[in-house]
Design a protein around this ligand. Structure first.
Ligand SMILES: Cc1cc2nc3c(=O)[nH]c(=O)nc-3n(C[C@H](O)[C@H](O)[C@H](O)COP(=O)(O)OP(=O)(O)OC[C@H]3O[C@@H](n4cnc5c(N)ncnc54)[C@H](O)[C@@H]3O)c2cc1C
Length: 294
């Protein structure tokens, strides 16, 4: 492991100064639960680490009425889990945060860090794709906002230059009377292991009419929405066995799983089919129980 300097900026502008001075040898850190392990393993060797945790303005969530919520880069997964409005509007995201690691790691690990790690198995990414989250990116003199689907470009690759910082995530709340969601993943152990395959399914009820969204993780270079599966689900109100199998088929066609230390390609195909069936069944049950038997 190469030694590095740790810089703790007081504000964003001190952080931008470091990036502009030495961007190619500097890495940003939020919770550090990924970055410090990558450094220890020698996967990355920055000369300097800029710890964004010291910047107070990035440590908050800001609710914008029923429009959505702005989440600063230092907000931990445990804080997301205990946020009542995020729980009400984005239940699949809460389930994904709860599936992540354990309660101790979740105190440090952040939502923005999970997105910026850009690993295919990042637990929070499939539900964030369903909720159409956007990434807010700043330099010392500009600001841009990008759909999450355009931010992630490959395993550990993101649409971000060396002088840019992701300051926030914007999660728009679904305009619906009821928001139901499920996150299911397969892993070798229940806690402290990355997903072998993961499925997020959300349903928004508009005047009793359901709108389904579906996304998967750990099954392709980046987590993806399954548009064809969504089209099948949204064709008609009712979901029967035949429709579920058509959705399973569309997922199988869209994914490109690999064989690695966590599981074989064949296992991933098989377990994904089960996760999709289970997620759809759970969503239907929750619509009935939470929607008062709708
Ligand atoms: C024991 C253990 C268990 C884990 N289990 C899981 C799990 O179950 N599921 C899962 O998905 N992950 C898991 N992880 C991985 C890790 O905890 C998560 O990805 C976490 O959410 C990363 O957040 P962080 O704040 O710690 O990111 P950091 O480690 O601080 O950063 C991660 C990456 O993002 C970059 N970055 C951070 N902040 C910014 C920013 N504001 N702008 C631009 N780039 C930035 C960093 O440079 C780095 O490349 C686990 C890790 C450990 C150590």
């Amino acid at each position: 492991m190469r030694a590095f300097d740790l810089f703790r900026p007081k504000d964003l502008y001190q952080a931008f100064d470091r990036l502009e001075l030495n961007g190619h040898e500097t890495m940003l850190m939020s919770g550090g639960t990924d970055l410090l392990i990558w450094i220890k393993k020698g996967l990355v060797s920055p000369k300097e680490v800029v710890d964004l945790g010291s910047i107070d303005s990035l440590s908050h969530t800001e609710l914008r009425g029923n429009d959505g919520v702005l989440i600063g880069t230092n907000v931990s997964l445990n804080r997301i889990i205990s946020h009542p409005e995020i729980k009400r509007h984005c239940p699949a995201l809460i389930e994904a945060c709860e599936a992540h690691s354990d309660a101790v790691v979740r105190n440090k690990a952040t939502l923005v860090g999970n997105v910026c790690s850009a690993v295919p198995s990042g637990d929070t990414i499939p539900p964030l794709l369903c909720y159409e989250a956007e990434v807010i990116i700043q330099t010392s003199c500009s600001k841009r906002q990008l759909p999450l689907s355009q931010f992630l470009v490959g395993p550990r690759k993101k649409n971000l230059s060396k002088t840019e910082i992701v300051t926030h995530l914007w999660i728009p709340f679904p305009k619906a009377e009821l928001s139901v969601g499920v996150y299911r993943r397969a892993s070798r152990r229940r806690a402290l292991d990355l997903a072998q395959a993961a499925v997020a399914c959300t349903v928004f009820l508009h005047q009793g009419r359901p709108e389904y969204r579906l996304a998967v993780g750990a099954l392709s270079p980046v987590p993806v929405r399954i548009r064809e599966g969504e089209r099948v689900l949204n064709e008609t109100y009712d979901i029967d066995k035949e429709k579920v199998e058509r959705v399973v088929n569309s997922v199988q066609k869209a994914i490109r799983p690999i064989t690695d230390v966590r599981g074989s390609r064949e296992y991933r195909f098989a377990v994904t089919a089960e996760l999709v069936r289970e997620s759809l069944s759970l969503c239907q049950t929750r619509i009935k129980t939470e929607g008062g038997g709708r």
